[in-house]
Ligand binder design. Structure first.
Ligand code: FE2
Ligand code: FE2
Length: 257
């Protein structure tokens, strides 16, 4: 998607996009920092989860892709940190914090859960990297031009991670040779989907949220929390069914509604 010069939705529709912190009204700035920080909090956290699995995949392609996922997440973390620092002392402190926090201290619960098996790694990519893709798509062509420009690469990185996960979960269910290489069964694939599904739905935040409304009104996010969650759920549920697995109960294990 190409990046427009003017704002495409919300209260600032048609205005020239925001390029620098000096141009931002206070409420715009606090909303934007919150969004970039939430996004940033997942990147190095995700490297922490994936790194131990770089050399564990059953095929050379799996190993290459795990390494690429780590590189992509670190790239996104690096870009997010650079953007946070452009906000001055408040952002600098947040960027520094990202490099210090470890598993158990991350903002979103899904990133505090370690991967247990290779199937679990694939299940995470299938569900949570698709989450990332939806969150990034909601920022495509947003009103903060530097962030909109970064989306032109990040969106494709996440699509790649999510489609890898979807393909490998499908292979575990439908391709006996790959299942054998993983030492895994259809039940293991179902278990992995069941494990990550509630975490994935929770990442979209509370359905009633003033912050979410502001983010849309300021042209930062294209869709609000609940709308984005439903778009994601419709997409993922169809993929789960097409593979031949059961869609988990949407309320089971949920912490954020
Ligand atoms: Fe990411
Ligand atoms: Fe990812």
């Amino acid at each position: 998607m190409s990046v427009s010069r003017s704002v495409k939705w919300g209260d600032l529709l048609g205005m020239r996009k925001v390029e620098t912190v000096e141009q931002m009204p206070e409420e715009y700035k606090t909303t934007l920092i919150k969004i970039i920080y939430a996004l940033a909090s997942t990147e190095f956290a995700s490297v922490e989860q994936h790194q131990a699995w770089i050399n564990q995949g059953p095929t050379p392609e799996d190993r290459y892709i795990q390494a690429q996922i780590c590189a992509d997440e670190a790239h996104q973390g690096f870009i997010d940190c650079r953007m946070l620092r452009s906000f001055g002392p408040e952002g600098e402190e947040k960027a520094a914090n990202l490099l210090k926090v470890r598993m158990g201290e991350h903002l979103l619960s899904a990133f505090n859960v370690p991967f247990e098996t290779w199937v679990d790694v694939c299940g995470f990519c299938f569900t949570l990297d698709l989450v990332a893709w939806y969150h990034l798509r909601a920022l495509e062509n947003c009103s903060f031009a530097p962030l909109a420009r970064e989306m032109t690469t990040m969106v494709h990185e996440e699509r790649f991670h999510a489609s890898f996960g979807a393909r490998r979960i499908r292979d575990i269910v439908q391709n006996p040779e790959y299942a054998r290489l993983c030492g895994a069964t259809k039940e293991d694939a179902q278990q992995a989907v069941d494990k990550w599904y509630p975490h994935a739905l929770d990442t979209f935040g509370a359905s009633k949220s003033k912050f979410s409304d502001l983010a849309v009104a300021y042209g930062i996010r294209r869709w609000g929390n609940e709308e984005l969650r439903q778009m994601y759920k419709t997409d993922l549920d169809a993929q789960i069914q097409a593979i031949g697995l059961n869609v988990p109960d949407a309320l089971k294990g949920r912490k954020i509604l």
